[in-house]
Structures are given as C-alpha cells and as structure tokens.
Design a protein around this ligand. Structure first.
Ligand code: G3P
Length: 496
C-alpha cells in the first residue's frame, strides 16, 4: 500500500511530504492539494504545497551537492543507479498501485512502467560509462598555420542542475528518463512531478533515496503551478530543462533563456495505410497504437489516413477489434480506462460532438460515464473538423480517406505537430519514399508509433519538441564538452 513499509516516511498524517536535503519534509506552508482518482473522481491522495523559500533552498542544495557529485568516480555513480533500479523492481507492486489509483493506468501496464523504468536506469548506468569514459585528443597541425606543439584534450562534463518535469501519463518512466541520464553525467536534479502521478513519482524518488545518493543531489517539489510554476521554470540556478507534456512547454521554452532544452510536447501521429498493406497488421496496430492507455500517449495513433481503395476493409477490421476492447476500471486490467480528469473527458467529448455535428460517421455510439469514454472510430473525417488537427489524448481515432500517397503525406506535414508517423505497405521502396517525405521525428514502417526501445533516438519536429531523447542522446544533451589545451614549447617540436 502507498506510504507503507519502506515508504512510511513519505507520509505526514494523510499528506505526502516533499523531498529535499536527503529527507522527507513537511512544508511550512501547512497547505495541501489533492490527487483525484480518475475512476472514482474523488480525492485519493494529498500532497504538500511547497513554498518559494523551500524551492530556493532546494536549488541551493542542488548546486552544492552537484559540485561534489561531479567528482564522484563514474563507476560509483553507475553503482548507485543500479541500486536504485533494483529497489524500483523490488517495490514495483506498491508503485504500480499508485499509478492505478492516480492516473487509472491498467494494473499490468502500471507494473510494466515500473519495470521498464528500472531497466532504463540500468541501461543508462552502462551507457553512461561507455560515453563518459571516452575523450578526444586533437593535434593542431591539420589546421593551416599551426605546428605540432599543442594538444587539445576534450571530454564531457555535467551541466549543473537539471529541472525535470515529467507528464501524468508516465510519471515514473518519464521521470527516470530525465533523472538517470542527469545523474550518471554528474548533474543534480530537481523533479517537479505531475499533479496526477505525484505519489507514484515520490515513491520512485524514495528508491533513489534508499540507494544512498548524496543529500541535496535529488529533490522533488510539489507546488501549485499557478502560483510557483513560472518561478520554478525560470529559476536562475537551472542549467537544463527536460520537460514532457503539453503546450505549456512552449511557454517554458520561450522564457527559459540560455539553457539546453529537451522538450517533448505532444503529437498528432498519422498512420498512413497504402493499398498494398497487410490490413490485419495495420488494424492490429491501429488498435494498439490508438487505444493503449486509452489514447493518452504522445505517440498514440491520432489519425488514420487510409487509401480509399482499402479504407472500407480496414475500417471493418478495426471495428471488429474495437468491439472486443474491454471498458472499465484499471484494477481489472480493462483495455479502456477512465481518462485522467473530468476536463480531459470534456475536451474529448467536445471533439467527438464537433465531428458528429459536421457530418463525420461515428461507428460506435458515443458513450461516457464520468471520466470513462467508450472507444470510437470516427470515419469520413474532413479538414474542417477539430479532430483532424487537435490531439484528443483519449480513446477516439479519426479516419480520413485519401486518394493518393502524396495526399496522405501532405496532410501529415500540414500538422503543427511532427512527433512520429507510421506507414503500412508491403513495398519497402514505397515505405522508404513515404518515410523520407514525412516531416516527423520518427517514421515507423509496419508498426504503430512508439518511443521505445528506450535507447532509440526520440524527437519531434515543429510544436512536438526540441532536442532528442533516448538514453544516449539524453546523456549527450545533459553534458557539455570541456577542452584543455596543452601548449608545448615550440623548441621541443623543432628538435633537429
Ligand atoms: O506520451 C509520452 C511518450 O513518450 C510516449 O511513450 O512509450 O508510449 O511510446 P510510449
């Protein structure tokens, strides 16, 4: 149970504390905020509301701890990360239960998220050793006008303090995907967990605490974003921001100043189905890609662009599978579970109603109970409908029928988003031509969009983001190059 066993120190009465100075603390504000269970729609957990002073103190402590951490041998940093990963795996059930209650993630998927996070940390520790143990030595005489009297030694050093802001849909996995690369590279981290998902994230932080990381190196702050969000993201102590979420990332990026940014801000991932595609494979991937975690993934299939010669057959196959999806609470592993909040459900409903009113065909009857929305395939979608361009983050998939491949690619490239896309065809040449033409960070051939495996590069174009993720890229992004140039006396190079 949350807040029990090794997690007991997280609780102050019924309120979860924040983490700073290597301790769990109650906020001097005396205020709390609530985490709503999306299924029951009632308060499930309470969180501390931290003050500006507590935030400032966290950053001061992070700066100090980081200087010492940068000097800790790389193999010891890796060792500590492996310990945290092991603790995460040992406590996977408790943390998964928090995910079920806070974000209504199906029970099995919740366990998978925690295990994937532990694997992420282990891989990062090893990849960090591979990347950071190598440097370069340059000699100067390849550049005109230089003799061979200088040596440039360069290696990668940490940036300083990384601000990590993960989203509600992967509060554990997308926290560790920022924390682990930051730590292996010698940085300190301040984590601002999402409101829904905070308790799971705080439990994950406790695994780092128990692994013995130095005090102040990792902090977790719980704040009211409306009050302290700007102060947090523009804090002068920040040397890097890694953010996953919605459009608020654009505002953060505009105010961030001269710090490296890693931003993943959503997607409208298109699935282009050509006339020679394996339609069973395409239908299975549309279901998996569109309805996993009820469509609440940046990489969900958010629009299907089907060639009109095969569209009827494809829609029929998808509909058969939609009818088999179970709908209900996350505890019993339903395929479709309540979306994260009432406002999110209202937004999704608005998109469905707009499409219906403008003449789209709803293959399933629209049905909603609380935050639970039954899955729907919306056919004959046209450009004047909101669902064509907006990201629903819910269990609805729009279908547009296209006459040519070019029409599909052109639609995809007209979106403000450019995260991923996918194409289904049995002709590898056509697949590569489409991939080359699609302006997205990744194109999947014959599979639904997905971020993993977690060491693959992951990036978006346009409003989908800045920078590239994936374990290797994150380590590179959270470090900078430092050079030392050894200048030798010229005479020692002109001997004889
Ligand atoms: O929505 C966050 C994004 O990173 C999706 O990840 O693993 O579901 O493809 P994944």
């Amino acid at each position: 149970m949350a807040g029990s066993g090794v997690f007991a120190e997280l609780l102050d009465g019924d309120t979860f504390k924040y983490y700073a100075d290597g301790q769990w603390k109650r906020s001097t504000s005396g205020n709390s905020m609530t985490v709503i269970n999306p299924t029951s729609r009632s308060t499930y957990y309470k969180l501390s509301v931290c003050t500006k002073e507590e935030m400032d103190h966290m950053f001061d402590a992070a700066r100090e701890a980081q200087r010492a951490w940068a000097r800790v041998p790389l193999w010891r940093r890796a060792e500590a990360l492996h310990k945290a990963a092991a603790l995460l795996k040992q406590n996977k059930d408790v943390i998964a239960e928090c995910l079920v209650k806070e974000v209504a993630k199906p029970a099995k998927d919740s366990v998978t998220e925690v295990v994937r996070s532990a694997d992420f940390i282990d891989y990062t520790a090893e990849e960090g050793i591979r990347i950071l143990s190598e440097g370069k030595c340059l000699v100067p005489d390849s550049f005109p006008g230089n003799e061979r009297n200088k040596l440039c030694l360069s290696s990668r050093i940490p940036l300083g303090v990384v601000l990590a802001i993960p989203p509600f849909n992967y509060p554990v996995n997308l926290s560790v995907s920022k924390i682990a690369p930051a730590l292996i590279a010698g940085n300190a981290v301040v984590v601002k967990p999402p409101m829904q998902g905070s308790v799971a994230a705080l439990h994950m932080i406790q695994c780092f605490h128990l692994a013995g990381f130095p005090k102040g190196l990792i902090s977790a702050i719980t704040i009211k974003v409306a009050d302290l969000g700007d102060a947090l993201t523009t804090h002068p102590a920040i040397n890097c921001i890694s953010f996953t979420g919605g459009d608020s990332g654009i505002a953060i990026a505009k105010r961030a100043g001269m710090v490296p940014l890693q931003m993943e801000l959503g997607g409208k991932d298109a699935c282009i189905v050509l006339d020679d595609a394996d339609l069973d494979l395409a239908a299975a991937n549309i279901i998996k890609g569109g309805f996993s975690f009820s469509g609440q993934r940046c990489t969900a299939v958010k629009i299907v662009l089907a060639m009109d010669t095969i569209a009827n057959k494809l829609v029929e196959k998808v509909n058969v599978k939609v009818a088999r999806l179970s709908v209900g609470p996350p505890e019993v592993d339903s395929d479709i579970t309540p979306v994260v909040s009432e406002s999110s459900a209202d937004f999704i409903e608005g998109l469905v109603m707009d499409a219906r009113q403008k003449g789209a065909k709803l293959w399933q009857e629209y049905r909603r109970e609380g935050n639970l929305i039954w899955p729907i395939l919306i056919d004959n979608v046209r450009p004047d409908m909101r669902i064509t361009w907006e990201e629903p983050f819910g269990p609805i998939i729009p279908v547009i029928r296209i006459r040519t491949i070019e029409e599909g690619v052109q639609h995809c490239n007209s979106s403000r988003y450019g995260l991923q896309g996918c194409v289904f065809t049995n002709n590898i040449h056509r697949a590569l031509i489409v991939s080359d033409a699609m302006e997205t960070g990744t194109v999947q051939i014959n599979s639904a969009p997905a971020r993993g495996p977690d060491h693959f590069p992951f990036q978006g174009l346009r409003d989908s983001g800045i920078g590239s993720q994936g374990i290797t890229n994150s380590i590179h992004m959270m470090t900078k190059v430092k050079s030392t140039v050894i200048n030798l006396p010229v005479s020692s190079y002109t001997m004889g």
